[in-house]
Ligand binder design. Sequence first.
Ligand code: NOJ
Ligand code: CA
Length: 678
Amino acid sequence: MRLMPVLGAAAALVLANPALAQVKGPVSAASPGGTVSVEFGTDGDGRALYTVSRKGKPIIAPSRLGFLFTDVAKIDRRLEITGTETRDFDQTWNQPWGEWSSIRNRYRELKVHLRETTALARVFTVTFRLYDDGVGFRYEFPQQPNMAKTKIADELTEFAFAQDGTAWWKPAYLWNREEYLYDKTKLSSVSTAATPVTIKLADGTHVALHEAALIDFAGMNVTRTEGTTLRANLTPGAGRPKVEKTGAWNTPWRTLIIADDAPGIYMSHLMLNLNEPNKLGDMSWFKPGKFAGVWWNMIKGEWSWARGAKHGATNANVMRYIDFAAANGIPNVLVEGWNVGWDGDWFGNGWDMDFTKPTEDFDITMLSAYARKKGVRLVGHHETGGAVTHYDNQMDRSFAFAAKYGMMVVKTGYVTDAAQLERVDPDGTKYREWLEGQWMTNHFVRVAETAYKYRVAFDSHEPVKGTGLHRTYPNWVAREGMRGMEYNAWGGKNPPEHEANIVFTRMLEGPMDFTPGVLSLKGEKDSNILSTIAKQLALYVVIYSPVQMVADTPENYAKYPGPMKFIRDVPTDWDETRVLNGEVGDYVTIVRKQRGAEDWYLGAVGDEEARTVSFKLDFLNPGSKYVAEIYRDGDDADYRTDKRHAIVIEQRSVSAADSMTLRLAPGGGAAVRFRRVK
Ligand code: NOJ
Ligand code: CA
């Protein structure tokens, strides 16, 4: 154990800051390239404070740490630093699937050991991992006599931003869970927000506040206390403290991704790097790919999940969707409403759901054999209706059943209002839990482990927020956790800026099952989606998921053979990803290199304004020739008019030395396949 020397610049910052005038320590450390630094000390009352700076500029001003407990005195004042340790780490690891095949994990770690000077004499460590694009820190409590059992009432971690700025955030604790549009306000006007919160500070620096590796803990929301200071606000448990622990415990990582601009935020690997490596084992059985689905007609209200005249999951319909998938090289077909339990009001009422009992008009033996013969697999669907213990009780046999019928992926769902998830304890007592509560974070890990036993992957709708856990549990391949395409079926459609928002907010959590590709641009009752057709194609590249839906109906796709070619071609697994340009909520251009192949794909989306994006093609292999197959908005395309389907499909020979300019229509986008010429 050695005490860190105080850096010159850090010492100046401390002295300049009256709140740290009496700081003991301070200790500090910088990221491997010196970009991001942290200082840590205690003030005159023995409060632990930390700061974060980037390129010498303060990002987080002195901010407090600590905890409230339900049964003992809080940890907050009367702390002393008993020692520090630093360590350098630099390793590259491979993702079984993803946006990058290999990821470098390079950080400097600073551990600050603390002890209370009170009779309780509790001890803990705050561990910082400093990256050149941000920092993660967590509390680590060893097993100790005065903390045999820990009952957390709240976490007192503060994030006192050193400047005001613009924040993109969504409210926490409201009935519709995580399915709110991102709000754009001043940071100093945020109330209580779910994370990630993305902030563009006054000087242009972009910061995303979130958490990594949320396991066996309550999810962290943040509440603005005053000015530009946010404080942790842990999700409640039902009939119990927010977090309960026995023996030693850690928090998840509290994370700040920091970059010059919005693309820099997306390009960070901090979220994945702060998660533990794959705990499950071999993933070679999982093949990323697209899926069609007996789905959009239900979302539009034309078919039903329940049995009866409008039942969607009939043998005839499913066979037609399998034929469509096979004809278009789509390897999977989702079927919803295939099982008993949907009749009546299933919203928040999942007690009748049985994921081993198909309805009479869904012959699973015949259909899975029919699919297999055509090179297609069924995707299972487990809609719990929020009856979570009921699901826990049938989970093992449900995944066994899915595997028996050749399913590689199951989509799960938890449709009920916030704080209505039913937990039934062994003594029969019932509770209503929050999605982000400690009990639910553990439930999702149970799903991952159970599904893996049968080599099944899953895609959770109405999920706990993503915190990079797909590194540790790589069969948790996607989740929803934001307003997806389904909102375009209903009234109150997603606005044109929605996707340019979620790339820099929700997508920092990990893959999203957005369900793109509604080429008809029609929702329920023939209502118009606020998008051009080219934008629907762009979404396959812009919004990442290893399982990507081909969401519209076969009949609608038959009307658009030109654009359909892009959907057929675009893969869902990548060696490399680059964000070429973008501003939160305005536009973004992303290019990705197909995994194990030479082609690149580009997606660009804008908002309600027309705009032109220009970029270099220097991501292409120098010296190679490519044909750019371009799908762009027609010159008169506009999401507000009957020209929303206007698209130009053209080809051009290009190389890495070229540039490209694309015009995005209002509500528009562009998609390009760069096909390498052999
Ligand atoms: C909500 C999901 O997001 C949607 O995809 C699904 O069809 C319904 N729940 C029914 O499970
Ligand atoms: Ca905008």
